[in-house]
Structures are given as C-alpha cells and as structure tokens.
Design a protein around this ligand. Sequence first.
Ligand SMILES: [Zn+2]
Length: 245
Amino acid sequence: MTIFILNSPEKLPPTQKLWIDEPYQTECEATVLHTQDDLLVTDRTIFYAESGGQVPDKGFIDDVAIIDVQKQPGKPIYINRPDVEVPMVQIDTVVVHKLDSPSPFIVGQKVHMKIDWDYRYKLMRYHSATHFVLHALEEIYGHQEKLYIKGCYIYEQSARLDYANKLNPELIPKVSTLANNLIAQGDEILMESDPSTKDISYWRYGDIIIPCGGTHVSSAKEVGAVSLKRKSHGKNLDRIYISLC
Ligand SMILES: [Zn+2]
C-alpha cells in the first residue's frame, strides 16, 4: 500500500465514500477539492480505495484513467463489541486518486467518475467468497487452536488468506465443503454500518458477522462456488488460495 504525499492534507474534509452504501453504483458526479501532479481529491468518490486486502478500483474520471486509489490516514478508532473482535480502523479518511498522467483538473471543477465495473464485480465476488472461507477455516481449525491471520489479499482472479498456523492439509476439503454449503444456501449478504461511524461496517450472513469495509455482492447466489488450495511456506506461513468456479 502506498501513501501519496499531499500538500496540506489536513485542510481536506473526509471523502464521502459512495461504495459503502451503494456497492453496485458504477458512475457518479463529484467536485474537485485538490489536485497536484498526478493526484486528485474530490468531495465524494465511487472508487474503492485499497484496504482490507481488497485492491483499488480502476476506471476513469472524465477521460483520464485512474491507476491507483489510496486513503490518507485519518483518526484511529477502537470499537469494543462483545460479540465480534473489531480491529483498529482509521476513520474520516481522505481518498486520493492517482491519474495515469498529470492532472488536467482545477479546484471546483465538476467531474464524472466511472469505475471498471467488470473488474469491481469480480472483486466483490472474491471478497464475499473470502469471508465464507475465513468463517469455514475458523469453524474447522479454530476450535483446536487460535488462528493467527497474517494477511488477506483480494484480486479479481484469485484471493488468498495467510496464516501463521500450520493448517493440517487433510482438513482443507472440510473447509471447502463447509464454505460451499454456506454459499449454496443462497441467502442475502448484508452490510451494516457501526452506529458510531459509517467507516466501520459489518458483513452479515445469517448469524455470521465479520467486520469489513470492503465491497460485497448482495447475495451468496452471486458468489458461485469456491475451490481451495493450501501451500505451506515454511514454519510460520500457510497460505490458502481461493478460486471461484
Ligand atoms: Zn472483508
């Protein structure tokens, strides 16, 4: 993850992130608040900024291609919730778009944003699939030992979960079956904002709750089915590779 260095970022208000409430929206209008070199900040955005393992969106602002989208650090917030472990989250962040050429925009200008929807939709399917696998891994292994997740990576053609544990390979088919059974129920996937801030959301499927600020499909029917592979990379790293069938 890159942090783009902005001049006077403290003068910029938090960006309104339209993907939180409307993950299926593909276009919007916005107003330019700041521009320098190949960087652009607007009052609102439809572009998902890299976080939670999900890579940033691609697309266009007017006719200029967007090649990276990152959040500037905001304020850390800690949520205490008895039923779910919530990691520290940065709220009130400013979203910075990186253009593929020097910015032609000026402050105050109205612009049109359009994301690469095929790309985003694959990321939404993979992100939801990853949550089903994450839950299944906890169910199958987590009762025997505490699982230590080291990383989560969601791309448009695969996803990966990294653990510091040694995951018995004989149990992987059980994880796969459990994840696919849950997906096959075909129920609604809900995203609920924390009462304290819109910047923290919870992914909910029945009684499964996972804190997440990513973009997701609204039904398990859209996920399809997962296939899993485990690879061990030495003593402290096992990787679970997720593919959608
Ligand atoms: Zn997530």
